[in-house]
Design a protein around this ligand. Structure first.
Ligand code: LFR
Length: 431
């Protein structure tokens, strides 16, 4: 097969990779990587989305001959276009404070099946001053895709994170979108054509990064839990149909749309954001601290306390939560212990609430390189952890494009087999 390019924009870095899929496996090679992060403008947090667009163009220029392009990014955030198709303003970052204190309406969960997060698109729109001027809303990957191709659409997996899709029909909910006349584009699904850039077809993939990452979980049976571990830990199981019980709502489990009509039944755990912000505050590297953390004693805190959501002095917030001052290795250890326990709780809750039993935990994404976190997660869960691939999101993006182009065939299980055959994986047994 000729190569395709996967554009994967994460909250802390973006990359363009070149991927090749054959019957024997899937291989990706990074051609361009760039930093990303919140930009403070006045008292708002934004994304510099035009710079991201420029970096994407640079990456595509470096990708060599390619037969396709697919784009994914973090979820929920959007750009608003005016009637002439111009971006009205830099998109606001989901960690901005404009939705502080927002509360979901009663009965919402039964309709959209989404865990409550103050930053879900529907709540951001309640605090959006530019709405009256907007004629179109595009989620971040759809915005980049529009800038490449001139075509607009709303990719389904990412659209489910807006809170505006009816989980029972998979369509924009007429009830929830009543006040947004005409600004939401038509849905497209992973594998659908999404326009052409420089003669190269653009294909809709699981444009929510987590949806693409779940495609590339190298599971060999259906009895697996996954942790897509990066800035966030997205912890859950794959289901055929949503769970919207009151218990599930109270446990803050989400039913996000997956590739091939699956449901990503998961909980957001604050994830490596906690460490990223510690390192930023200390201006330190992770490597040496991780080695010291291996023998340090930590304290356990609730990583999902909303106090940890915004950027800022993370070590101070952790020390305040734990009620004591700690050394840097102790803080790192506390983060990892707390994440491991939160992973365990989410996997236990996912099984209990969905009835799905799991016998292995797959850790994919950048966090799969963190040996201490993988071992602590195995220990806490009492289950084997299979770590890798780190580039699951890009791999899932490439696989869905390759299948749409006819280079490979089959179900998610077949795509996962290709990952298993070709990507290095590491196994951790619970101690
Ligand atoms: C991970 C992720 C999560 C989503 C969060 C905010 O990168 O996409 O799935 O909840 O970012 O968009």
């Amino acid at each position: 097969m000729t190569a395709v390019a996967a554009v994967d924009l994460g909250a802390s870095s973006g990359r363009v990779v070149r991927g090749v899929v054959t019957d024997g496996g899937v291989h990706v090679e990074e051609v361009h990587r760039f930093a990303n992060g919140p930009v403070h403008v006045g008292d708002r947090l934004h994304w510099d989305v035009r710079r991201l667009h420029r970096e994407v163009l640079t990456g595509l220029g470096l990708a060599g001959e390619i037969a396709g392009i697919g784009i994914d990014s973090w979820a929920v955030d959007y750009g608003l276009l005016d009637a002439s198709g111009e971006l009205l303003a830099d998109p606001v970052h989901y960690r901005d404070s404009r939705t502080d204190g927002i509360k979901p309406a009663d009965g919402l969960y039964e309709v959209n099946g989404l865990q409550f997060q103050p930053f879900n698109t529907m709540f951001q729109l309640m605090a959006e001053p530019l709405l009256p001027q907007a004629s179109q809303l595009l989620l971040i990957p759809d915005l980049i895709s529009y800038w490449l191709t001139g075509e607009r659409g709303a990719e389904y997996t990412n659209a489910t994170t807006t809170g505006l899709i009816d989980v029972r029909t998979g369509q924009w909910s007429p009830e929830l979108t009543r006040d947004l006349p005409g600004i939401l584009p038509a849905l497209r699904h992973p594998g659908d054509p999404a326009g052409v850039f420089g003669g190269v077809p653009v294909t809709a993939v699981g444009s929510h990064d987590t949806a693409s990452a779940v495609v590339a979980v190298p599971a060999s049976s259906e009895h697996f839990a996954y942790i897509s571990c990066g800035t966030w830990s997205l912890v859950g199981v794959e289901l055929d149909s949503p769970v919207v019980t009151e218990e599930s709502r109270a446990a803050n489990f989400t039913n996000e749309g997956g590739v091939d009509g699956t449901i990503r039944y998961l909980r957001n755990v604050m994830g490596l954001w906690l460490l990223q912000e510690c390192l930023r505050t200390w201006n330190a590297d992770l490597g040496p601290l991780l080695r010291e953390a291996a023998t340090a004693t930590g304290s356990v805190f609730d990583p999902n306390d909303p106090v940890f959501l915004p950027p800022g002095d993370m070590p101070a917030r952790i020390e305040r939560w734990c009620g004591k001052s700690m050394s840097r290795p102790e803080i790192v250890r506390s983060v990892l212990d707390s994440l491991a326990f939160a992973h365990r709780d989410a996997i236990a809750d996912a099984q209990r609430l969905s009835g799905k039993e799991v016998d292995v935990v797959h850790v994919v994404g950048g966090g799969s390189h963190n040996e201490l976190l993988c071992q602590l997660t195995a220990d806490a869960c009492g289950l084997p952890v299979v770590a890798g691939p780190a580039e699951a999101t890009a791999l899932g993006n490439v696989l869905v494009q390759a299948r749409a182009a006819g280079a490979v065939h089959g179900t998610l299980a077949d795509l996962r087999k290709l990952v298993r055959q070709s990507q290095p994986l590491r196994r951790y047994s619970p101690r």
